[in-house]
Design a protein around this ligand. Structure first.
Ligand SMILES: *Cc1c(COP(=O)(O)O)cnc(C)c1O
Length: 390
């Protein structure tokens, strides 16, 4: 099997599993309990919070554990909207956010929020001038993702943070793809809130965090006990928290080597596809992109068919259309960068890990060439197109 869907989820690293295991079997106490067994759990969450805070240049009490990226995104938007209504109801985001942001924005619009969705250029970058022009006296929040999960484009987060700070507006970033792949300093980048998720960085599923700067007036998200300083109730997911911290430590430890290796493999496969498969377009920014992201549109091809044929060859990948309840919706991200529907349908996302090899890249390039040939061979549109070229 060749796994090339690391933007969807990653393999839990063996050292992460090992770090978690004792918190299932031995130290299963409730972190809120007084006795020793409980205090072992508590100690572990304190350490985890400290080590995660360190990766961001933040303070431990600015880290709030959640059930993952979606919850963190929901919390940041809904709680800000609730707490800052006296200032206004206007939020700025982009068209290419993850659905955890976009669907939360739709929900808030029903509650009376006004949302500006910034356009992106053909590489997926937001326009900073449009951002400046969109700011109003009643703007309470700018939420722009750090790096895109489909096309890998990395946004000018520092500039966005500076613009937000200049205007006294809170800045939240969905860093679920970036955290663990890129260095992040919340202070340098003027980030007030940041979402991250364990399973995107070789950690466990169902655990993540929201960084909330201490100056932010934040509201409780889950009401109940006093966990997470009374802001997010529920008995701590101690094994998850320990696993998340172990994954973060690992990611930052290996980042330099991992990045170098992935960029090498990424650019090798990109150049093979560009040289050997005609009418293939690389989506996303050529250089401002995640080290592990490849996204191509192949003309006259259905992404879903490509995925099925790749799967038969043992290759796990993803396409630009989410097959939801039988209807094939093209990706909102690919439409936002200006792809017409048919090209958005024919897209393929390959997201690497440091465990991939050059041999695997060669297998994928060879298989892909054959698959594209076969699928185009079955397409009447392709036949017409070829005839017209002659
Ligand atoms: C995966 C992802 C999420 C959702 O994270 P979960 O932990 O799966 O809820 C949010 N934003 C981005 C950019 C993602 O890639």
């Amino acid at each position: 099997m060749i796994y090339l869907d690391n933007a969807a989820t990653t393999k839990t690293a063996p050292e992460v599993v090992e770090a978690m295991l004792p918190y299932f079997t031995e130290y299963y106490g409730n972190a809120s309990s007084i006795y020793k067994l409980g205090s072992e759990s508590k100690k572990a969450t304190i350490q985890a919070r400290e080590s995660i805070a360190k990766t961001l240049g933040a303070e431990p009490n600015e880290i709030y554990f959640t059930a993952g990226g979606s919850e963190s995104d929901n919390w940041a938007l809904k709680a800000t909207y609730e707490a800052y209504q006296n200032k206004g109801k206007h939020i700025i985001t982009s068209r290419i956010e993850h659905h955890a942001i976009l669907h939360t924005c739709e929900y808030l619009e029903k509650q009376g929020a006004e949302i500006t969705y910034l356009d992106v250029d053909e590489d997926g970058l937001v326009d900073l001038d449009q951002l400046r022009k969109s700011i109003r006296p009643d703007t309470i929040l700018i939420s722009i993702m750090y790096a895109n999960n489909e096309i890998g484009t990395i946004q000018p987060v520092k500039e966005i943070g500076e613009i937000a700070a200049e205007h006294g507006i809170l800045f939240h970033t969905d860093a679920v793809q970036a955290y663990g792949q890129l260095p992040v300093s919340v202070e340098e980048l003027h980030i007030d809130m940041l979402s991250a998720s364990g399973h995107k960085l070789n950690g466990p599923k169902g655990i993540g965090f929201l960084y909330i700067n201490k100056k932010v007036r934040i509201r409780s998200f889950v009401h109940g006990g006093q966990q997470e300083r009374g802001r997010r109730a529920g008995t701590e997911n101690v094994p998850g928290i320990v696993g998340l911290a172990a994954a973060a430590e690992r990611a930052f430890r290996i980042m330099e080597d991992k990045t170098k290796k992935e960029i090498g493999l990424r650019d090798y496969l990109i150049s093979r596809i560009q040289k050997e498969i005609p009418y293939a377009k690389l989506n996303g920014h050529p250089t401002k992109r995640l080290p592990n992201n490849i996204n191509f549109s192949f003309e006259f091809i259905e992404g879903e068919s490509m995925l099925i044929m790749l799967d038969m060859k043992g290759i796990c990948a993803s396409s630009g259309s989410a097959c939801t309840s039988g209807s094939l919706d093209p990706s909102h991200v690919l439409l936002a960068i200006g792809l017409p529907h048919e090209k958005a349908h024919g897209s393929l996302r390959l997201t690497l890990s440091e465990e991939n090899t050059k041999e695997e890249m060669d297998i994928v390039a060879d298989e892909l060439k054959q698959i594209v040939d076969r699928l185009r061979g079955m397409s009447p549109l392709w036949e017409d197109f070829v005839k017209k070229q002659k």
